[in-house]
Design a protein. Structure first.
Lengths: 245, 194
């Protein structure tokens, strides 16, 4: 008989293994955003660019999906409107459009990774990759803190804007000191509480960790990982000067 | 003695906390780099602003290895955000150098801390390396940003800029370290954080 917690974990299990998600982020960052590879990879890049959006749909992340699509539309809209704009606006539209269309996909993939992976899943995946704790613990703390820093920063910005400390405000010169410093102070405070709670739960203990999260490769993972490997092989072949099609 | 020098959970979590703050600042500033004029200026802005969290981080560093791990994590994050594998290399070198520097001051010396941050900042140069190692290829990949963008960047980034940028990273790292220390004294010590 399975424990109810185990059943709950099975239900909560994501569509993909965290390791697959990481591999996808890496491949997207290298090929789509980094722009590696030439003509041979064009088709693969297009398929790769659609993937994160599909994944968001599968995981029912409607809001994130809508935001990603909206950014893409703005990007392509700028590119389409570009020929009709006068002088300097023309260049600006081309630049912003080019940058947006290239970056959005990887940003969406990163959002997907962060939104659908719990910290325990992440740690457990990293352990199976045999990453040393010196890397996994700081990394998982960072992934946990990014959203916190974002929301802290937003509230501090709002509070300071009321006193005129904002870009373009009466005391714009003080932005740096009075926005960064409180942001850091509160993040460090939150981080210290986080570290106390993680330590009481045995993070960094010398013995091995057990983990309730179920992760592992399934059909979708295998397919996507094979796709990533394929993209890399095509790229290496291209570097060696082999023409495939 | 040996056991005391081993990194514990709390040290690793501290790396995560300050690494997260450093990375958020870095990322916010790096977004400016989309505008051509800011691309070379990143080697000025990032070290200066990053100095504040890094100097705060150094007050928590008492054991060998922490600065090096911080540097390697920055390298990994750069890889994940599409800067390619070069930053990993510069991060390793800058990490070792700054680690040795801070260690020579027994993890206490304030002067060494500023110097340490200057050395650490040199990892940022790794983000420029793809531009200089493959000048033609770099711009071919960015053809879709438009000719105006490419012309602007090429004008700002001739090949001789490479050593200038590296030195700029180091010097601005020193300035950032000093700024960080001033802010540390003014705010964080009062708040009981440093």
């Amino acid at each position: 008989m399975a424990y109810s917690a185990e059943k709950a974990q099975e239900k909560r299990r994501g569509f993909l293994d965290p390791r697959t998600k990481l591999a996808l982020v890496l491949v997207l960052a290298l090929f789509v955003m980094g722009g590696l590879g030439g003509d041979q990879l064009k088709g693969i890049k297009t398929i790769l660019s659609v993937l994160p959006f599909l994944l968001l749909l599968i995981e029912r992340q409607w809001k994130r999906f809508a935001r990603g699509v909206a950014m893409l539309i703005v990007g392509y809209g700028l590119l389409l409107a570009m020929p009709y704009l006068p002088g300097i606006l023309n260049y600006l539209a081309l630049m912003c459009g080019g940058i947006l269309t290239r970056f959005v996909v990887t940003i969406v993939m990163g959002e997907y990774l962060i939104a659908t992976t719990s910290v325990s899943e992440f740690i457990s995946a990293m352990e199976r990759l045999h990453m040393p704790q010196a890397i996994t613990i700081p990394m998982s703390v960072m992934f946990r803190l990014f959203p916190t820093i974002g929301s802290e920063w937003r509230s501090i910005r709002r509070a300071m804007a009321m006193r005129g400390i904002r870009l373009g405000g009466a005391r714009a010169g003080q932005v740096l000191e009075y926005q960064l410093v409180p942001m850091m102070t509160s993040t460090v405070r939150i981080g210290e509480e986080l570290s106390a709670s993680a330590l009481t739960r045995g993070l960094g203990a010398p013995t091995g960790r057990t983990n309730i999260c179920r992760i592992g490769f399934r059909v979708a993972d295998v397919l996507l990982l094979a796709g990533c490997a394929f993209a890399i092989v095509v790229w290496i072949l291209e570097l060696c000067g082999v023409t495939l099609w | 003695m040996k056991n005391e020098n081993k990194l514990k959970g709390r040290d690793l979590i501290n790396i995560g906390i300050y690494g997260a703050i450093y990375f958020v600042i870095l990322f916010a500033v790096a977004m400016l780099g989309m505008i051509p004029i800011f691309l070379p200026l990143l080697s000025v802005l990032v070290p200066i602003l990053g100095g504040i969290p890094f100097m705060l981080f150094l007050t928590k560093v008492k054991k060998p290895g922490m600065i090096f791990i911080m540097a390697m994590i920055m390298g990994i994050l750069m890889l994940l955000t599409g800067m390619g594998p070069w930053p990993l290399l510069t991060c390793a070198i800058a990490g070792i150098l700054s680690e040795l520097c801070f260690k020579s001051g027994n993890y206490r010396s304030a002067k060494k801390a500023v110097l340490c941050y200057g050395l650490f900042s040199m990892w940022i140069f790794g983000n420029y390396l793809p531009l200089f190692t493959d000048y033609e290829g770099y711009f071919a990949q960015r053809a879709d940003y438009g000719q105006a963008y490419i012309d602007a960047v090429q004008k700002l980034m001739p090949l001789w800029m490479a050593p200038v940028l590296l030195i700029a990273c180091f010097v601005c790292g020193l300035l950032g370290g000093l700024l960080g220390r001033a802010i540390l004294k003014k705010h964080f010590e009062k708040a009981g954080l440093a």
